[in-house]
Design a protein around this ligand. Structure first.
Ligand code: SF4
Length: 337
């Protein structure tokens, strides 16, 4: 697939109070370079075994993906990719100065009514890739100067990702891996990535089961995401800033997308991070929400952007949380009532 550029969301991020200055990411070799071929191949076998009657993710829909049958997420055996390109709009430790090598995978195991990427996540737009073709794309991103390889919505494609990374490593891939996820991931599957992924970009979208059901069709999302984020943090810990203001590209960033009318969840999000992860966790507060896809009609209560009052409420919750590291997107344009 050509690296056609996707429309980038507004992505200016300013540091939250007391955050260290950020000017990019120190270059580093990916942790996966330390893994033996034998262990890598073992992980790949385990991951593909999950696809027989698929239980790779918390949906556990049982699709016979090895026989080519797609599951609830839309994925069958071969990986599907919508686009891959250099992206400069992620958090500073991910985008750095030269950009992140993003790979947008098609399909998704959630059904978010507001998904801004719905053509690929819900409608399955994208092309089928062989593992060698995906491996070649990863090395091309490295050749173009990407600081890292950033798999976007990867939860249903872990087996294919592992196979492609091992192949790409044999062909010269060295840059770190970013796992950019909704956090609707099983802990067992995340375990296959231990020592392979360097940066987890994990959402924590909802703390309320009813909201998670209504907006994403997954009432168990809060519990699943909490367990997944704890596992991610166990694996990579907190990001570490260097003396020069750059970051060692290794650690967890928790993303929180502020949704209209639902800012009451912010307090619980920050409290979980503080109490169950670490006070030094970096949090990225995203205010870019705009209604898309099935949210446009407003029937589910998320048919507008967030207001300045809602933004202030989230920032107040942040300041009360005791957390000290992270970024927030500047608010541009307000939602109505
Ligand atoms: S990864 Fe896809 S096919 Fe597998 S259990 Fe989840 S939704 Fe079903």
């Amino acid at each position: 697939m050509d690296d056609t550029r996707m429309t980038e969301a507004r992505t200016e991020r300013v540091p939250l109070a007391q955050c260290v200055p950020t000017c990019g990411t120190a270059d580093q070799r990916g942790s996966y370079l330390e893994l033996s071929d034998r262990e890598f191949e073992h992980r790949i076998r385990l991951a593909y075994a999950h696809l027989q009657y698929c239980d790779l993710c918390p949906v556990k829909c049982g699709a016979s993906r090895l026989s080519g049958r797609p599951g609830v997420c839309g994925a069958a055996l071969r990986p599907r990719v919508f686009v891959w390109n250099i992206h400069r709009g992620e958090e500073p430790p991910v985008s750095g100065l030269r950009g992140s090598g993003t790979v947008f995978l098609s399909g998704c195991n959630l059904r978010c009514c507001y998904c801004q990427n719905y053509p690929l996540s819900q409608l399955g737009h994208g092309s089928e890739y062989s593992v060698p073709r995906l491996a070649a794309a990863l090395n091309e991103l490295q050749r173009r100067g990407a600081h890292n390889i950033n798999f976007v919505t990867p939860s249903h494609q872990v087996a294919q990702i592992l196979a492609a990374v091992l192949m790409a490593r044999r062909q010269g891939l060295t840059i770190p891996l970013v796992y950019n996820t909704s956090s609707y991931d099983s802990v067992e599957t995340l375990g296959l990535l231990d020592g392979i992924v360097d940066i987890y970009l994990g959402d924590y979208r909802y703390t309320d089961d009813v909201v998670a059901h209504n907006l994403s069709g997954a009432a168990d999302y809060p519990a699943v995401a909490r367990a997944a984020l704890e596992e991610m943090h166990r694996q990579v810990g907190d990001l570490v800033a260097c003396a020069d203001g750059t970051f060692v590209p290794h650690g967890l960033i928790v993303r929180y997308l502020v949704l209209p009318r639902l800012t009451r969840m912010a307090k619980d999000v920050f409290q979980f991070v503080h109490e169950r992860l670490s006070v030094d966790t970096y949090v990225s507060v995203m205010t870019q929400y705009f209604p898309a896809y099935k949210a446009l009609d407003g029937a589910r209560g998320v048919g507008r952007k967030i207001t300045e009052a809602e933004f202030d409420k989230v920032m107040n919750a942040w300041h009360a949380s005791g957390l000290v590291h992270g970024w927030v997107q500047e608010l541009d344009g307000e939602g109505g009532a």
